[in-house]
Design a protein around this ligand. Structure first.
Ligand code: ZN
Ligand code: ZN
Length: 409
């Protein structure tokens, strides 16, 4: 049990960094209840006021999408918005255990999915804004469930073996070995990320140019006063937390109207219970004007048409091809891991922290600074072994940022 407890403790004490007297909301699949209990115990041991559970279940979710009355997908009951908005306004922390069958909603009417997203994003807007602006600490992490493990390891027939293999892959990714030193390793790792962040911020780039053999040829302009971030975020009260465990990325926001060219995905994307694969976007003045996918094109097109900002970009993230997750050479079918194995972009909302002083700006001010606004934010992977990224400074100097898939800085 020791290794699992070490992991739970890492999530609660370093990921969330629970404070004495603070509430903790844990969203978790029912299959993973045993692990939620461990997280709750770790939280109470650290002085948490109350742990509140939000239970999830793939099978019930799928049943609902297939058989519930149609109007259900257009509204959110008041108690549910009060749950999220109320706890967030009260300063709770939010831990999500993200574990789902990558194809849980295959065959579901995509209109129902889109309507659910619209209604839920509207109803939980306060919660989402408090989360996006780091006003409340949040952390997304994962543990295996069978359906997901079988997708990640399709050749492994024995159920227990598939679960065990996924655990090993996750532990490798999150630097947990059972030796009790995970917290120290994370502090070191954060230092490495911070050094990269500092280097990129010092460069103060005007734009980035991406090319690789998949056919990507994309220019991304960055907002003036943009900020690269990575590793710890900080709540407004100055408490450090880590929004994703694992995290290998450093990221900033692109200029809303400043993205042009073609970009090819380098890995499948699991989105809304469906797999989207072999896709690319044509982008003009920041807007996706063409989207093509060999697999899941309907899901992809629905995702980028959720609202106006869904067809523009909100994040540009750098992850070396040679990194602990990438080196496992495993497709996780879970964005939390796959995005941390590869350079990626996100379509949808930008994080306010990506521009100086952004966390205290209104939506309008952020938009004026060039940041994209949307009710969605979806990372997709674009990194390859031959990815080249060249930065350009405001005085026109070219700086190699990535050569052959890895940092050149
Ligand atoms: Zn990211
Ligand atoms: Zn993202």
């Amino acid at each position: 049990m020791q290794i699992f407890e070490e992991y739970a403790k890492l999530l609660v004490e370093v990921g969330i960094n629970i404070q004495k007297g603070q509430n903790l909301v844990i969203n978790c699949p029912v299959d993973c209840a045993w692990f939620a209990r461990m997280c709750a115990k770790a939280a109470y041991a650290a002085g948490c006021r109350e742990v509140i559970m939000g239970w999830k279940d793939d099978e019930l979710t799928r049943e609902k999408y297939l058989h519930a009355a149609d109007e259900v997908f257009d509204s959110v009951p008041a108690w549910q918005s009060e749950f999220y908005n109320g706890y967030a306004k009260g300063g709770a922390a939010f831990l999500s255990i993200a574990a789902t069958d990558p194809e849980n909603l295959k065959g579901v009417d995509s209109d129902r999915i889109v309507r659910t997203q619209r209604s839920s994003n509207k109803a939980l807007k306060e919660f989402r804004d408090l989360q996006m602006s780091n006003t409340v600490p949040w952390c997304v992490a994962s543990i295996p469930i069978l359906s997901w493990a079988q997708k990640a390891f399709p050749d492994v027939k024995a159920e227990e073996e598939a679960i065990e293999k996924l655990w090993q892959a996750i532990f490798g990714a999150v630097r947990v070995t059972g030796d009790g030193k995970a917290v120290e390793r994370w502090r070191e790792h954060q230092e490495t990320l911070k050094k990269r962040v500092d280097k990129l911020n010092a460069l103060d780039l005007e734009s980035l140019h991406y090319t690789n053999s998949l056919g990507t040829d994309l220019t991304i302009c960055l907002p003036e006063d943009h900020v690269w971030a990575g590793g710890s975020g900080f709540t407004k009260g100055g408490v450090p937390f880590i929004a994703n465990i694992p995290t290998e990325e450093i990221f900033t926001a692109p200029l809303r109207d400043g993205v042009d060219g073609v970009v090819y995905a380098s890995m499948p994307l699991v989105h809304d219970g469906n797999i989207i694969d072999k896709f690319h976007f044509v982008v003009k003045a920041g807007k996706i004007v063409e989207a093509h996918a060999e697999v899941g094109e309907e899901t992809l097109k629905a995702a980028i048409s959720l609202d106006e900002g869904a067809s523009r970009f909100g994040e540009v993230a750098l992850v070396p091809y040679d990194s602990p997750i990438s080196n496992q050479k495993l497709l996780f079918y879970n964005t939390l891991f796959d995005e941390n194995a590869s350079c990626h972009l996100a379509f949808g909302e930008a994080y306010p922290e990506c521009v100086k002083g952004g966390e205290d700006m209104t939506k309008e001010e952020l938009k004026e600074r060039g940041l994209n606004e949307s009710m969605t934010h979806v990372d997709f992977m674009i990194g390859t072994a031959d990815l080249k990224i060249t930065g350009k400074t405001w005085d026109g100097k070219e700086v190699p940022i990535f050569v052959d898939g890895n940092f050149a800085l």
